[in-house]
Design a protein around this ligand. Structure first.
Ligand SMILES: *Cc1c(COP(=O)(O)O)cnc(C)c1O
Length: 380
């Protein structure tokens, strides 16, 4: 792993000396199912609305700092008022700002790993301590009583629903209990919320819990990861803090225009989301099914037997699979021999030999299913 120079280790703030240089080793791969992007074409109505919006964007002026036109569209959608919304340069910026404003030295953030690694990273950048209640190693469910007990002595909590990378939902009863127990703010990260049943969202709980913050993004269901746009829904006084700490022009005019048009055309995305959900079931079922034995003349030599594949149920646009005995080898061969990139979590505690595969288009999923059947075929 790359290391900072000794000079930089001297000069850095003491709590940052563990950071690693960014690894620019990015290999373009024909089928990229590694980042939970939406790989479907934009719906026609959305493309038209976005093109029209982009054609009249004034580049010469600074953007509206608060993205008010976009906020109004989001407010209409979620049935809240404009002052309950703050827009950011991706959900990541809002996660960082959450820790910047409410974390820091002497504060603790409670998380439920395995979850999104950025939470602990951003906490560490601000000097906050991370407290962890680990999910069950087989089901990835959260022990509710342990969670509530830990929340009572934490300044901040982040719960992810559906969780990345395990795919399961947070129980809304548990969200309420955690909000009641925690003296500070509780964020529910719903980056993948559009792929889950509508009644699984914590948004209605905003009306009854004044320490709840909900994170959303246009990077997943809206297929707009490249524009960098996310937002939080929260009580107005919390939004005032998000608004006060943010980089004033972080959401540029192009992003605001595209996001507003996309959210305005949200109905057009529903069939894509439904198709991704159907493909998620098809992909998971196919990966669970025992592969047919390899033909003798198959070009791809199978991995050393025995190979076993476990697939967890998912409410997101991805599936988590455990491939024994060596998931990293499978991931490498998928990339090098089949041109398919998936995400390797083998290194992550609690996710030994796990790969996360984004649900792609039908033909991308066919390619994954066929490749994995070949790679794992012989041992099953
Ligand atoms: C993708 C993702 C986000 C936000 O991503 P952005 O592209 O920065 O909006 C937030 N949380 C989780 C769990 C995610 O997977």
């Amino acid at each position: 792993m790359a290391q900072l120079s000794p000079r930089m280790q001297e000069l850095l703030q003491p709590h940052l000396t563990g950071i690693e240089p960014y690894d620019p080793n990015f290999t373009p791969t024909p089928i990229n199912l590694s980042a939970n992007e939406n790989t479907y074409p934009l719906p026609g109505a959305a493309r038209d609305a976005i093109s029209a919006a982009l054609s009249v964007v004034p580049f010469n002026r600074y953007p509206d700092p608060m993205s008010n036109n976009l906020r109004d569209e989001l407010a209409r959608w979620h049935g809240v008022s404009r002052d309950a919304i703050c827009v950011g340069n991706g959900g990541d910026e809002l996660l960082y700002n959450f820790m910047l404003a409410f974390g820091g030295e002497g504060r603790t953030l409670l998380t439920f790993p395995p979850d999104f690694s950025e939470y602990a990273f951003f906490a560490s950048l601000t000097g906050a301590e991370v407290k962890r209640v680990w999910r069950d190693s087989e089901t990835f469910e959260i022990d509710a009583d342990a969670a509530v007990q830990a929340a009572a002595t934490s300044n901040l909590v982040i719960l992810t629903s559906p969780n990345n990378p395990t795919g399961n939902l947070a129980d809304l009863g548990l969200v309420e209990r955690i909000c009641d127990a925690c003296p500070g703010l509780v964020m529910v990260d719903e980056a993948y919320g559009e792929f889950a049943p509508a009644d699984a969202s914590a948004v209605p709980l905003l009306a009854t819990h004044d320490n709840l913050v909900i994170l959303k993004t246009l990077s997943k269901a809206f297929g707009a990861a490249g524009i960098r746009c996310g937002y939080v829904l929260a009580p107005a006084d919390v939004i005032e803090v998000f608004a006060a700490v943010r980089q004033i022009y972080s959401v540029n005019v192009l992003t605001q225009a595209v996001a507003r048009a996309a959210v305005g055309a949200r109905e057009a995305y529903a069939p894509v989301v439904e198709q991704i959900k159907a493909e998620r079931t098809r992909l998971a079922d196919a990966l669970r099914a025992p592969a047919a034995p390899l033909a003798d003349d198959s070009a791809a030599p199978a991995l050393e037997a025995p190979v076993s594949v476990t697939v967890w149920p998912s409410e997101g646009n991805f599936v988590l699979v455990r491939v024994l005995p060596d998931a990293s080898a499978v991931r490498r061969r998928l990339r090098d021999e089949y041109g398919i990139l998936v995400r390797d979590f083998s290194y992550a505690p609690g996710l030994e030999n796990c790969l996360r595969i984004t649900v792609g288009t039908p033909s991308e999923n066919d390619a994954v299913i066929a490749a994995l059947a070949e790679l794992t075929g012989e041992g099953r």
